[in-house]
Design a protein around this ligand. Structure first.
Ligand SMILES: [Fe+2]
Ligand SMILES: [Fe+2]
Length: 334
């Protein structure tokens, strides 16, 4: 009996079976994309698709979690009880968004501890906008109007993303984001109807947030090499520049209602294109902030690490409670 030959033959048969399964899986994956259907966690998917989604969804989740900080900073100082309640609800929504997204990423095979670890050790990226500081109350208005506004433009197309758990999380998130944008707009509107000092505060804040908000769509298309593949996989639906244009077109009439001036001398209606032209952005600033050298990168990550460490006893207690529940269920079954 030749055992070596048997093992080799078995291994070859297994490899062939795996190859056939992969080919069938790939065919089905391509059919799902072609028919604009959702890919679900149990479906075959290319490794690159899985990795791209893990990176994008976890970064998105981290942005929601870190994004709570610039605003939670103002909950205790909000000018009225009504504003405190609204801001608290908004920050809480962002925590929920982070959790939906971490859950969606987990369906792709990454665990939550790994994602947390990547965030608190500074390995993971998150949206660079949250590395700016919030020195005035008007910043709560600008974040809602401009940052959540840009997030909506970015995220509405993601409701149709090919990966099921991500798309379904986005449907829920987008509903809440539109409330966030309106509350920001309303804060600015109230300030713009107030005293000269309040108007000035609103305008000064918009001046600081306008360009960073436009940069939230990512680098210009010619510097965004991964976009093409993401579009082929129905992950990305519109290019960075298309989304940025859409955002500017939406902002201009809203700025007119508010009575604020968007800080861009090149901003004007282009009849021929049917869109607003706008000036170049300072991409060196974007890359600096992304590289960890923004105004608040260090503090954002260290706060998160601190919160994670301080919350260790809660996780421990939750685990102990879950174990005790499982134990008592076992007792009932026995
Ligand atoms: Fe959010
Ligand atoms: Fe939001």
């Amino acid at each position: 009996m030749n055992t070596t030959t048997d093992v080799t033959t078995d291994a070859r048969a297994d490899a062939r079976a795996a190859q056939i399964a992969d080919e069938a899986g790939e065919r089905r994956f391509n059919e799902l994309l072609a028919s604009e259907s959702r890919v679900e966690p149990s479906d075959w998917m290319p490794e690159g698709y899985r990795k791209t989604l893990i990176r994008q969804i976890s970064q998105h989740g981290h942005s929601e979690i870190i994004g709570m900080q610039p605003e939670s900073n103002w909950i205790a100082r909000a000018p009225s009880l009504k504003r405190k309640a609204i801001l608290m609800a908004k920050v809480q929504d962002e925590a929920g968004h982070g959790l939906y997204l971490y859950s969606a990423a987990q369906t792709l095979g990454v665990d939550r501890e790994t994602m947390f670890d990547q965030l608190i050790t500074g390995k993971a990226k998150y949206s660079s906008i949250f590395n700016y500081t919030t020195p005035t109350w008007a910043d709560m208005g600008s974040i809602g109007w401009l940052v959540d506004g840009a997030a909506i433009c970015n995220q509405v197309p993601l409701c149709r993303v090919s990966y099921g758990p991500y798309g379904r999380a986005m449907v829920r998130i987008c509903k809440e984001e539109s409330f966030h944008q309106r509350q920001g707009f309303e804060i600015l509107l109230e300030l713009m109807r107030g005293t000269d000092a309040q108007k000035e505060m609103a305008q000064e804040s918009v001046n600081r947030w306008y360009a960073p908000a436009l940069m939230m769509f990512g680098p210009p298309d010619e510097d965004s090499p991964n976009s093409k593949q993401s579009m082929a996989w129905n992950i990305k639906r519109f290019s960075n520049d298309d989304l940025r244009q859409r955002f500017v077109d939406m902002l201009v009439p809203q700025a007119e209602i508010l009575g604020v001036t968007l800080p861009d001398a090149a901003l004007r209606w282009n009849e021929e294109r049917g869109h607003y032209d706008f000036g170049d952005l300072d991409w060196s600033e974007f890359h600096e902030v992304l590289a960890g050298r923004g105004p608040a990168n260090t503090i954002r990550v260290s706060r998160r690490r601190e919160a994670h460490e301080n919350g260790a006893w809660v996780r421990e207690a939750a685990r102990a409670y879950a174990d005790a529940q499982a134990e008592s269920r076992r007792g009932l079954v026995a």
